[in-house]
Write a protein that binds this ligand. Sequence first.
Ligand SMILES: NC(=O)c1ccc[n+]([C@@H]2O[C@H](COP(=O)([O-])OP(=O)(O)OC[C@H]3O[C@@H](n4cnc5c(N)ncnc54)[C@H](O)[C@@H]3O)[C@@H](O)[C@H]2O)c1
Length: 247
Amino acid sequence: MGKLDGRVAIITGAARGQGEREARLFASEGAKVVVTDVLAEQGQRVAADIGGTFVRHDVTSEADWAAVVDAAKAAYGTIDILVNNAGIYRKGTLRNTTLEEYRFVVDVNQVGVFLGMQAVAPVMIEAKRGSIVNISSIAGMLGTPVSFAYGASKWAVRGMTKAAALDLGRFNIRVNSIHPGLIDTDMMTEVTGGEEDRFERMQRTVPLSGRMAKPEEIASVALFLASDDSSYATGAEFVIDGGVIAQ
Ligand SMILES: NC(=O)c1ccc[n+]([C@@H]2O[C@H](COP(=O)([O-])OP(=O)(O)OC[C@H]3O[C@@H](n4cnc5c(N)ncnc54)[C@H](O)[C@@H]3O)[C@@H](O)[C@H]2O)c1
């Protein structure tokens, strides 16, 4: 028996990286998965592999969110799980981030999560159950001077998670955040500028074995939060960072 038998999950940004691993893991645990992303070709491939549904989806668009909810309901009847995973990283300090860059990062990482929670809430309220997993970052727990907009957006995700958990608890809907540390995905190439040395230097700062995480190591925590294994967890922060912020 799978941990998500009979459950329907929407996972954003699931064409690659952590979202892709979550889609594959959730499907292997019995979930029907709606894979969404702006990357249509890769997203379609993931959905086809796992017998799920792909929807091309920009998380900043309210109309796209309505289409995703409609597609999930049409294909599978309901929505039990939402993983707000889509995100972008941009470098830039307070002093050199333009308003346009700031708004772009906040739009994807913060407004996208707001729209997602708002779009699925009515369906989950009707079903009287649901689990929403918001992917923040350790950048939502610390000051991040070199990625000012990214840090601001991830702090917002942490705060919205708690407010939504308090609001939706009466409907048996749980809302939690995951705070990954350094994860070896395409986003890390953006962070390191593709420099091998930089990647190695960053890895060495991780207390747990001096290594970055594989995306699977976040997917397993997302599965825990999506499933009944975490039935009493809500409004909580799950830091998965190999000890980085314990220092
Ligand atoms: N990689 C890390 O070290 C790290 C650390 C902490 C948190 N995170 C967070 O984890 C999440 C997943 O990132 P990842 O590491 O798998 O990186 P990734 O870049 O491989 O994946 C992000 C996915 O989001 C999609 N996406 C971007 N903008 C979108 C939009 N507007 N609408 C829909 N989809 C969009 C991308 O196409 C991509 O498939 C992100 O929220 C990221 O901020 C990553």
